[in-house]
Design a binder for this molecule. Structure first.
Ligand SMILES: O=C(O)C[C@@H](Cc1ccccc1)[C@H](O)SCc1ccccc1
Ligand code: NI
Length: 183
């Protein structure tokens, strides 16, 4: 079971590495790791389990966050229209995106960052992601608004990028150009 003890924090070199592509079809070990990452998210959203194990709630988790240098991520959340997104993905990549941007007016946090980092994080408002799922199938996801933000946050982790890298240091709450808030 993944707990907070398994999640590396900022300053750990794993968070700044570009991850290695996962050889396909995925090995049993890689599938098991990805399933454990999804389970962490489910556990973190279950109040009893979350409190019992001192978990931080999360909607996404990328392999570098558990010190695994592999290009794989897990998401588990429902968007504002109650659509469930629950995926374990190997080798996800953004194949197209809108010019239009979005951001969360509350800013972003990160399970690997034990501090508040205030500011808007500009993201693409719409993205298309291609990947391989846990069953080894090719998936193509068209995502927008909050779902697009979550996936971009996790895909960033696979390239050694942290959310605060996107914040305008001179004016963190400067309205991003050509952007509409997702919340
Ligand atoms: O650290 C991570 O990668 C997980 C983040 C992902 C995330 C942060 C901000 C915006 C979108 C995705 C955690 O989910 S941060 C905690 C959290 C929990 C519930 C809802 C939003 C953020
Ligand atoms: Ni994060």
């Amino acid at each position: 079971m993944i707990t907070m003890d398994d999640i590396v924090r900022e300053g750990h070199p794993a968070l700044r590495k570009v991850t290695e592509e996962v050889p396909l079809p995925p090995s049993e070990e890689d599938k098991e790791t990805l399933e454990e990452m999804i389970q962490y998210l489910k556990n973190s959203q279950d109040e009893q389990v979350c409190n019992r194990y001192g978990l931080r709630p999360g909607v996404g988790l990328a392999a570098p966050q558990i010190n695994v240098n592999k290009r794989m991520l897990a998401v588990h959340f429902t968007d504002m229209k109650d659509k469930l997104y629950s995926y374990g993905l190997f080798n996800p990549r953004i194949v197209s995106h809108s010019v239009e941007k979005t951001y969360l007016s509350t800013g972003e946090g990160c399970l690997s960052v034990d501090r508040e980092v205030p500011g808007y994080v500009p993201r693409y408002r719409r993205i298309t992601v291609k990947a391989t799922d846990l069953e080894g199938n090719d998936v193509k996801l068209r995502l927008r608004d909050y779902a697009a933000i979550v996936f971009q946050h996790e895909i960033d982790h696979l390239h050694g990028v942290m959310f605060y890298d996107h914040i305008d240091q001179d004016n963190p709450f400067k309205e991003p150009e050509n952007a509409t808030p997702a919340d």
